[in-house]
Design a protein around this ligand. Structure first.
Ligand SMILES: Cc1cc2nc3c(=O)[nH]c(=O)nc-3n(C[C@H](O)[C@H](O)[C@H](O)COP(=O)(O)OP(=O)(O)OC[C@H]3O[C@@H](n4cnc5c(N)ncnc54)[C@H](O)[C@@H]3O)c2cc1C
Length: 386
């Protein structure tokens, strides 16, 4: 969140000049941490329902209201939203302001080492960020970057879980053989490896688009893959945990923490439905978005017949009820991008197995249902050097 605040802060050059050198310092002593306080009791996804108010006071504003979710309370500053006569507006506030009152810390399922809070603002001093009335458009600059971070975090979690699962299976024997040599365990491990590699490939491609400023692709690809990878992560963590058997259920293995933390990225910065609807919005409002996304997927055409068919279907797709079908549409886009990237940048065994198991209505529910044509051993070997 700290780094993600920079694009929003840059809407106000004076604020950016003051804060950017601090937030980009990789030191807790003289650096600064920035969080976010948008969500209210009556408005998390629908932040336009926010009731916190800001009134002008001298060269700044005074903000009064409550936030049902606010980030890590010791942050030096927060970006927040408040209603002004001009509409919902983005402000920067400081955590040390005497009017910034922490009500309590959330008792959370996971991510417990990084507290989240409930706060009240009692005439907190705020500085305008972006235009009055365009708060959502301003804070979305931060949100888009934290969505990229959700993608990076979920992909990293998959990779960590996979490494634990493969390592365990290589050292634990059951029924006279190492688990890693049992055909059904190979199927599960290979399936976890394919998912992890596909998530990582998509994450890296999208991160590159941020570095290169490739706006139309970046906008839609972040929304599509944030939805899909973050949604796949909890099932992946669950299956990786199970590879360790009973030990995976015990805290010392680290796997319970992975599983508890996994659902979060799919909830915040756009819960599943909201992130899928966000893709529809981008498709409707930004005429360059879908062509940019499909152009990237098309680079893999010819590499696998199942991807070619998937791309043809996507070009012809005209959902009867787009909102009702949003999750399905988004998953088809996500799978096309992942397949295309694996075909171009991965090993053929991985790309072929991905296409055979995930395109055209393949096995997308539980893991470990790869077809026999897949070279599971080669995929697991690649996933973790012995
Ligand atoms: C650990 C944690 C940390 C957080 N940190 C922060 C933070 O730092 N700052 C901050 O501001 N917020 C934070 N949040 C809040 C988070 O962003 C919100 O909880 C999230 O955006 C969802 O809002 P909500 O809880 O009000 O749920 P709701 O908006 O009530 O949504 C409930 C469900 O309805 C679905 N839904 C909503 N609209 C539609 C629709 N139109 N069609 C179909 N389905 C729909 C959603 O997908 C969701 O599944 C955090 C949350 C958690 C769990």
């Amino acid at each position: 969140m700290t780094y993600s605040a920079v694009p929003a802060l840059r809407e106000e050059p004076e604020l950016a000049a003051e804060w950017e050198p601090r937030v980009t310092k990789p030191s807790y002593d003289d650096g600064a941490l920035v969080g976010m306080a948008m969500t209210e009791k009556q408005g998390g996804s629908d932040v336009r329902a926010n009731s916190t108010r800001a009134t002008p006071n001298g060269d700044a504003w005074e903000i009064t209201g409550h936030k049902w979710f606010c980030s890590y309370p010791p942050c030096d500053a927060f970006l927040t939203l408040a209603q002004t006569p001009g509409g919902l507006t983005c402000f920067l506030i400081e955590g040390r302001d005497p009017g910034f009152r922490i009500q309590r810390l959330k008792d959370k399922l996971g991510t417990r080492s990084l507290p989240s809070s409930e706060v009240e603002f009692h005439a907190v001093r705020g500085w305008l960020v972006g235009e009055e009335g365009r708060g959502v458009q301003t804070i979305i600059r931060m949100v888009n970057h934290t969505r990229l971070d959700c993608l990076i975090g979920s992909s990293a979690g998959m990779r960590w879980g996979l490494a634990q699962a493969v390592h365990h299976a290589r050292h634990r024997s059951a029924f006279g053989k190492l688990l890693a040599d049992q055909p059904l365990m190979q199927n599960v491990l290979a399936d976890l490896a394919i998912e992890s590699e596909a998530a990582t490939a998509a994450t890296m491609r999208i991160a590159r688009a941020y570095d290169e400023g490739d706006a139309p692709f970046r906008r839609i690809a972040t929304a599509v893959m944030k939805h899909w990878v973050c949604k796949r992560a909890p099932g992946h963590a669950n299956e990786a945990l199970e590879c360790l058997g009973g030990n995976g259920y015990v805290e010392e293995s680290g796997m319970p923490r992975l599983l508890r933390d996994a659902p979060l990225n799919s909830i915040w910065e756009g819960s599943g439905n909201v992130s899928a609807l966000d893709v529809l919005r981008a498709l409707a409002k930004e005429p360059e978005a879908l062509p940019a996304f499909l152009a990237e997927c098309e680079l893999g055409r010819g590499g696998n017949a199942a991807l070619d068919a998937q791309l043809d279907r996507l070009r012809e797709a005209r959902p009867d009820d787009p909102e009702f079908e949003a999750r399905r549409v988004v998953s088809e886009l996500a799978l096309a991008l992942q397949a295309s990237l694996l075909i171009r940048h991965g090993r053929p065994q991985v790309a072929d197995a991905f296409c055979a198991s995930r395109l055209d209505g393949g096995t997308r529910g539980a893991y470990g249902m790869l077809p026999p044509s897949v070279d599971a051993e080669a995929i697991v070997d690649r996933a973790l050097a012995a």
